[in-house]
Design a binder for this molecule. Structure first.
Ligand code: NAI
Length: 687
């Protein structure tokens, strides 16, 4: 039974015990409803405390019921039943009261919470609006402005902030249950506040809703749920309670069936699966209590900052004392920037920095649990680093390389204890980007792989297992994107049109502006290496631009011109000239936004299918996560593989065939054809 009723004198204590997170399953909804009915009829009860067992209050809907037809009793009816109970209910919150959990608490007459509790309505993050009165009751309790922030942003608030805004009546320092029971005894016989449903939303100033629409709309871009949530809140303030409830329900049900909600659910489940990979179930990870980073450049500094953000002490090793100082300054620069942006207090930044020590003597690492190498992308340099690490580190210390393109099998040659070695590929800036590609070699032990996943969780990152190939998953796909972008130019599109189309698709930046920002030199260097291996990477325009020193923003010129060292791109006549010289003119065609997006994204899908077929990615959803968390692919589209399945894989095959006929993409490969025949990627290609 998920609900148990106990007595403390004339107070009933309703305890929900539905592990792991007291999710609102059908059985729990029924039990809560029944509890409200039976306690109403119980003459020995004056008030009711609603509390949860385990680590949290009701943390939300039951994910097992996501996307399925709702079964009665429906949550709005349960919340109303609690709200209309003859005795006052007091919600006693610890852990998280999220989504339906907070809506149940809003049905109670009072809310008390532990200081560490957080409360929120995160539905927009799943492409939804709250569905059980959240948008209708919250503004009645805390006012429209605070409700707009909470509901359209989806971020939870902590208990103190909740108390300051009137969402919580008391923040509890001692034992939650005993406080809540005393609180209940105290309110008995006193005049009670009206149920929230019977209150009105406090009046807002002229133009409030129009201004909110602008701000929320600008932030949401093409995501639909935030503006729909705002419309619900507006209805709640302008119409009757019942009309607003009906409007919210209608909006909820409509969004639940929307492609965006399906995409966001897909990503939610993909993240859960990637964070705790089934293939590593039951395998204990190694203890990681201290870490070291070798190399304090762009990546090393970011990785060190990420490790410190997670609370691990960090040792930075560089080549010499001057380089150590530069590396430490790079790390300090990251924390200083966080202070400037208001993300970190000056004290917190100082504490983060205090946990970093530096040196050029590898013997400092004799006791370190995890070492991540981020030195130059040069096999000989990396070999030398790992030879030293083999000699100085404990035999069970985990050793990782952050290489982008070198083969970890080669880097790992000669390491003492090769089972403890793996690739941990971070994305730049490493303290921000959530993706962590985990790249085992043939020798990597399962518990070392499990340690990689555990590290990702500790750092708040999403681990994706990648097999060894040039570029692993993310950079292998990036090469396709860049090649496609050039093909578009050579067939009549302009950099500005391609970038605009990709922004319209939902990416934060188009491929050309992204290259100008990051610099064209690194990719040029990689193409050089590829050519030395006998490969033939396609980048005729980029090659020419690099010959001309047009390396991007830092050079004042790249795919665009940048006047006076500025960052504002303007179309470049030089690039136009280069494109005209290189393009054969025969395949020039008209490109609109949709056809540009197809010509960039669908070849990515084709490559994704090849990556699955090669076993470099285990699951199609992993490729989606790589694109979302490493490259800014819009989450609400669910990633390229999900996007392609929504489009229909046969249709994708057809478009690729047409592009291939015009010489504008590779033809659909075996992986994609197999998936199209099977109807989806998972049944055809998942490992
Ligand atoms: P970087 O050039 O900014 O930094 C490399 C640092 O390593 C320098 O500070 C250098 O002094 C230090 N170093 C060189 N040899 C050393 C040695 N023997 N012992 C100690 N320190 C040494 O390079 P970046 O961009 O940070 O790249 C580092 C690694 O990360 C490379 O393998 C790169 O492929 C990889 N990577 C780079 C990404 C990027 O976006 N820059 C993204 C993901 C991986």
């Amino acid at each position: 039974m998920p609900v148990v009723i106990a007595r403390e004198g004339r107070i009933a204590v309703v305890t929900i015990d539905n592990p792991p997170v007291n999710a609102l399953s059908q059985a729990l909804r029924q039990d809560l409803f029944d509890a409200a009915e039976s306690l109403d009829g119980d003459g020995d009860v004056d008030a009711v405390v609603l509390i949860c067992a385990g680590r949290t209050f009701i943390a939300g809907a039951d994910v097992n019921e996501f996307g399925k037809p709702p079964q009665p009793p429906h949550l709005p009816d349960v919340v109303s039943r609690v709200e209309r109970a003859a005795k006052p209910w007091i919600a006693a919150v610890h852990g998280s009261a999220l989504g339906g959990g907070l809506e149940v608490a809003l049905g109670c007459r009072f809310r008390v919470a532990t200081a560490s509790a957080s409360l929120g309505l995160p539905e927009v993050k799943l492409g939804l609006v709250p569905g059980a009165g959240g948008t209708v009751r919250l503004p009645r309790l805390v006012g429209a402005a605070a409700a707009v922030e909470m509901v359209t942003g989806g971020a939870p608030v902590d208990a103190r902030k909740a108390a300051a805004m009137g969402l919580v009546d008391h923040v509890v320092d001692g034992d939650l249950r005993s406080f809540a029971v005393e609180f209940a005894q105290d309110v008995v016989g006193k005049p009670l506040p009206r149920p929230i449903a019977d209150r009105a939303v406090a009046a807002v100033g002229d133009g409030f809703w129009e201004a909110a629409e602008k701000t929320v709309g600008a932030k949401a871009k093409r995501e639909i749920a935030p503006l729909r949530a705002l419309a619900c809140l507006r209805k709640a303030s302008e119409a009757s309670f019942d009309a607003a409830m009906a409007f919210e329900r209608e909006t909820f049900l409509e969004l639940r069936g929307s492609p965006q909600a399906a995409a966001l659910r897909h990503v939610f489940f993909a993240e859960r699966a990637a964070s705790r990979p089934a293939e590593l179930a039951g395998i204990a990870s190694r203890d990681i209590r201290s870490a070291a980073v070798i190399g304090g450049g762009t990546m090393g500094a970011g990785i060190a900052a990420a490790l410190r953000d997670a609370g691990l002490p960090v040792i930075l090793i560089e080549r010499d004392t001057a380089a150590v100082e530069r590396g430490l300054a790079n790390i300090r620069g990251i924390f200083d920037a966080a202070v400037k942006r208001g993300r970190l207090t000056a004290e917190a930044a100082a504490a983060r920095m205090a946990g970093v020590s530096g040196g050029d003597d590898y013997r400092l690492l004799a006791d370190t649990d995890l070492v991540i190498e981020a030195v130059f992308e040069d096999l000989a340099v990396k070999h030398a680093v790992f030879a030293t690490l083999s000699a100085v580190c404990r035999p069970n210390a985990v050793l990782a390389t952050n290489t982008s393109y070198l083969d970890p099998e080669r880097i790992g040659e000669g390491i003492a204890g090769p089972e403890r070695f793996l690739g941990l590929h971070f994305f730049s800036p490493a303290q921000v980007m959530k993706l962590l590609e985990i790249v085992p070699t043939a020798a990597t032990a399962p518990d070392v792989l499990a340690t990689g996943s555990a590290l990702a969780r500790l750092l708040g990152k999403i681990p994706v297992r990648a097999g060894i190939c040039d570029g692993f998953i993310g950079n292998r796909i990036l090469k396709v994107t860049r090649a496609q972008a050039e093909r578009l130019l050579l067939s009549g599109a302009t950099p500005a049109a391609v970038d605009a189309a990709m922004r319209a698709f939902g990416l934060p930046m188009g491929p050309f502006e992204a290259q100008d920002l990051g610099g064209l030199d690194i990719a040029a260097f990689q193409r050089q290496a590829a050519r030395a291996r006998g490969e033939t990477p396609f980048a005729p325009v980029a090659d020419r631009l690099c010959e001309m020193g047009r390396f991007g923003q830092k050079a004042g010129a790249g795919w665009y011109d940048y006047a006076d060292g500025g960052r504002t791109p303007s179309p470049s006549p030089v690039v136009e000239q280069v494109v005209a010289e290189l393009g054969d003119g025969k395949t020039r065609r008209h490109w609109d936004e949709a056809s540009i997006a197809d010509a960039i994204i669908l070849p990515v899908v084709n490559e994704g299918a090849a990556i699955l077929r090669d076993g470099v990615a285990l699951r199609p959803a992993d490729i989606d996560l790589v694109k979302i968390h490493g490259y800014g692919f819009p989450r609400w589209r669910g990633g390229p593989m999900h996007h392609a399945e929504q489009r229909g894989l046969q249709a994708v095959v057809e478009i690729l065939r047409q592009l291939a006929d015009e010489g504008l993409a590779d033809p659909p490969g075996q992986g994609l054809l197999q998936a199209a025949a099977a109807g989806d990627f998972s049944s055809a290609l998942a490992q």
